[in-house]
Unconditional design. Structure first.
Length: 125
């Protein structure tokens, strides 16, 4: 994959084997369901959704899906995410386990609420 040339989520997804494409397509649909007005883009060479700031990034790796909902998204769902490898702002969903689409949807909803609250606070100033 030549990441420098990727300009859309469709192009990104197309660079992977069919089984991984399906997972990425499902994650994209899940994020879109939770944030229907979010803008799709490529940022840091990975699929990104933005609405009043970044909501989430996601990416396919050799053995897992990387999901990047920022540190606040990880902290808010800490107990549910405890079973997955993670770092401050990222969680890994291994391919050999079911992808938790419902949890992804709830994290995106939470991140959208956070961004909307920040936007509303900015408008009040």
């Amino acid at each position: 994959m030549n990441a420098d040339k990727i300009t859309s989520i469709d192009e990104y997804i197309a660079t992977f084997p069919e089984d991984i494409q399906q997972v990425l397509t499902n994650i994209r649909a899940t994020v879109r369901e939770a944030a229907p007005e979010a803008e799709e883009t490529i940022s840091y060479q990975v699929p990104t959704f933005k609405q009043h700031g970044i909501l989430v990034h996601f990416a396919a790796w050799k053995n897992h899906i990387g999901f990047y909902p920022s540190p606040s998204g990880i902290e808010q769902f800490e107990q549910e995410l405890a079973q997955y490898p993670q770092s401050k702002g990222a969680v890994q969903f291994p391919y050999d386990r079911p992808i938790p689409y419902d949890l992804i949807r709830r994290i995106v909803t939470y991140r959208l609420e956070q961004n909307l609250e920040k936007q509303a606070a900015k408008k009040k100033k």
